[in-house]
Each structure stands twice: as structure tokens, then as C-alpha cells.
Design a protein around this ligand. Structure first.
Ligand code: F6P
Length: 306
């Protein structure tokens, strides 16, 4: 997110536009917690995780009155357009602000879950995958030495993108996604089959959004096989740390593209990146349409765990 903030501030400055930073997202906009930002204010942040502008889940923004207050603060500061970095919830907020108050808004996809339609990748996703993968590699040492089963729960409240990438890159025996149904008997079957194939240890990746999460999978294995099984929930470590290069480059591109989009007169769209280059997707489509996990990659994960 910091790389995106830096890109917005620097690109706007390059084009002769002043930037006002808003603290804590819509919460700060509602409260008028805003300040001018120049190119030197975003120095030395491209390598830092989190966001220097802070973030919050704002309840006040859910009401039209809350949004009117925010719109008034924007007008008082002479703001001509708003760039919102975030996910589904942030884009809903931006869309309503545009609809109700006519303030041009551009969304920049920032969520580790990579679950936004309209862009191949979201800011933070690559770093989250690397962090989870590093943990899986380390857990594999104990799994192999103790000949144990390790269940690793990764983030992804509604989507299995992180889980699937980590499973393939980490050489996991099985992956459990929110998008898929695994009958309870199948879970133990995976472990039994692995053992029958001569595997002494197994790594199973579970997305947090899979029904019951890692705990359900671990309990099912223990109850049905009696095998020594350990659960590791990676949790919020996946949301922090110095971003990997792909995230920094993506955030830089998207931040610049958001500024250019506002200059171009675009509004109510999310800037994204696909194979063909930059994309612009109506904000409402980003939550109305679904970006499914790659079925090819899912098949690949199954094939390679033979
Ligand atoms: O929405 C992105 C996400 O990383 C989810 O995968 C995860 O469930 C959630 O954020 C955690 O956020 P919080 O700490 O606010 O519950």
C-alpha cells in the first residue's frame, strides 16, 4: 500500500496536481483527518509494509449522512478526485460517494486475498504468498523429520487464491479452498492415500474461508485416522513485512495509472492489470463479478501431488 501511496503522490506531483492524504481511510474522511502530501513525504516508504496513512474499517461510512460529511470535507479542501486503495468494502464506499455526491473516484486494488474481479493480481498478494510459502518450507523440515501431517491455514476469507499458489509452490499434498466442497470422509482419504503411496509426511494447505478452516480439517484427520497431526494458523503475519518486488512494481504501476485515469476524466472504475496491460473495470463489477481461482492450477496441484 505504501508503494501505491508513493506512486500516487509522485505521479500527481509530476503532473502538477496537489495531493491531500486522508488518514484511516473513510473513517478519516468522515472526521476530516487530512493533510497535504508532497513527494518528500513519501520518501523511504516503498520497502515498508502496512500503510503510512493508517487504515480502519469505518462504520460511519455505511450511512448516507456519514458519506455527506466526508464529501463536505473533500469540497472544503478543494479536492477534485479521490483515489481509494483497498478491496471490496472500500470500493463500495467509493462508489456510493461518487453516486451521491458526484465526486470522481478511482479504485486501486489492495488486498492480500487477490479476490477482485478486473485485475490479475492485487497489491499485497505476492508478498502474502511468499510469507506463507517461507513458513511452509520451514514446517516441512519438522513434518519430514517427525513423519507427521501438517495442516497449514493461510488467509483468504472468501477466496482460495493464496492457498492454491502456496499449495503448488510448497508442494502440498492437498489444498482446501472456500470455493470447493470436500466431504469429511475425503479429508482422511487424502492422508490415507498419501501414506499408501509411501509418503511419510504430508503438508495440507487450508484457506481460512474453507468451512471450519484448518481446525476442521485437523480434527477430521485425527478423528478418522488417529495420525499425529499438527495445525499451524499463519494469520496476520501474511499481511505485513517488506513487500516483494512484484508487489512494489504492481503498486507503482497502479498508483500512476490511477492518477492518469483521473486526469483523463475517468471515474467509478478500478485500475487493474491483466495480460494486455492496464485495465479499467466499473467499481460495481469488481464485487458483482467473481474472479474464480485458476482451475488449471487446481488441476496442476492435484496432478503433482501424485
Ligand atoms: O480481507 C483480507 C484479509 O486478509 C482476509 O483474508 C482476512 O480474513 C482478513 O483480511 C483479516 O482481517 P481482520 O484482521 O480485519 O479480520
Amino acid at each position: 500500500m505504501n508503494a501505491a501511496i508513493r506512486a500516487v503522490v509522485r505521479a500527481a506531483t509530476f503532473h502538477g496536481i496537489e495531493v491531500v492524504g486522508v488518514k484511516r481511510g473513510f473513517q478519516g474522511l468522515h472526521e476530516g483527518d487530512m493533510h497535504l502530501m508532497g513527494p518528500r513525504d513519501v520518501a523511504n516508504i516503498i520497502q515498508r509494509g502496512g500503510t503510512i496513512l493508517l487504515t480502519a474499517r469505518s462504520h460511519t461510512w455505511r450511512s448516507p449522512e456519514g458519506r455527506t460529511k466526508g464529501a463536505n470535507h473533500l469540497r472544503a479542501w478543494g479536492v477534485d478526485g479521490l483515489i481509494v486503495i483497498g478491496g471490496d468494502g472500500s470500493f463500495h464506499g467509493a462508489h456510493y460517494l461518487q453516486q451521491e455526491h458526484g465526486i470522481p473516484v478511482i479504485g486501486v486494488p489492495g488486498t492480500i486475498d487477490n479476490d477482485l474481479y478486473g485485475t490479475d493480481h492485487t497489491i499485497g498478494y505476492f508478498t502474502a504468498v511468499e510469507t506463507a510459502l517461507d513458513a511452509v518450507d520451514k514446517l516441512r523440515d519438522t513434518a519430514a523429520s517427525h513423519e507427521r501431517i501438517f495442516v497449514v491455514e493461510v488467509m483468504g476469507r472468501h477466496a482460495g487464491h493464496i492457498a492454491l499458489d502456496v499449495a503448488v509452490a510448497g508442494g502440498a499434498e492437498e489444498v482446501f479452498l472456500p470455493e470447493d466442497e470436500h466431504p469429511a470422509e475425503h479429508i482422511a482419504e487424502v492422508v490415507r492415500t498419501s501414506a499408501a503411496k509411501g509418503k511419510a509426511s504430508s503438508i495440507l494447505i487450508v484457506a481460512e474461508g474453507y468451512p471450519g478452516g484448518g481446525e476442521a480439517v485437523t480434527k477430521a484427520i485425527q478423528a478418522q485416522t488417529g495420525l499425529d497431526t499438527r495445525l499451524t494458523i499463519l494469520g496476520h503475519i501474511q499481511r505485513g513485512g517488506s513487500p516483494v518486488s512484484s508487489d512494489r512494481v504492481l503498486a507503482s504501476r497502479l498508483g500512476e495509472a490511477a492518477v492518469l485515469a483521473l486526469i483523463d476524466g475517468k471515474s467509478d472504475v478500478m485500475v487493474g492489470r491483466g495480460l494486455g496491460g492496464m485495465t479499467f473495470t466499473p467499481l460495481s463489477e469488481t464485487w458483482e463479478k467473481r474472479k474464480d481461482v485458476s482451475r488449471d492450477l487446481y488441476r496442476c496441484a492435484k496432478t503433482l501431488s501424485v
